[in-house]
Design a protein around this ligand. Sequence first.
Ligand SMILES: [Mg+2]
Length: 227
Amino acid sequence: MNSGNPGWDERTKWPEAGLVIFDCDGVLVDSEKIAVKVDVQVLARLGWPLTEEEVVERFVGRSFADMTADIERHLGHPLPAGWDVPYQRLYREAFERELAPVDGVVDALDALTLPACVASGTSHAGLRHTLGLTGLHERFAGRIFSAADVPRGKPAPDLFLYAARSLGVEPARCLVVEDSRYGVEAARAAGMRSFGYCGGLTPAAWLAGPGTTVFDDMRKLPALLHG
Ligand SMILES: [Mg+2]
């Protein structure tokens, strides 16, 4: 995935960090475990029964548009616009019952001295909802970027590059915090260092790769980012 940035994994000296880009689901809000359970129900109703493990492998970290395209490919027919609307209530209710910040992330954000933003595959409405439910929205208001803003979701670099450009920081000065394989691939494709959180659903081996520091406890993040 880093073929667009020849030699970057040999780079030994990075410029001083100027921006931390946080993924939302699984990094800021502990939504993945909740969403995967609902995804399993929704996919089964659409006619594609998958296990939770298969959903994690296939969809976690991807944009809604990419997920829709995958479902259409599997089913062999297009889904109507707004196909997900009847299911949105299932996610909303599950989040309202169970959603919390990722363990340790509030302390990590408090300790962070670098500017920070959010870049997520989730829609702006979804981000307002989940960040709002967990009390994190205020911290990032005005610095929240959605894959809906760009042509291609992760693992394409578009969203991270858009966030960096919007905030006037060069890609090489951005640090990306991600919990999915598509997310760390997107960071590499964008020429950014990444920090892969394996304390949730994603095994460490899926995150490991060039320019990526894998970690399992959000409490360790400030030292890693400032190191
Ligand atoms: Mg994520």
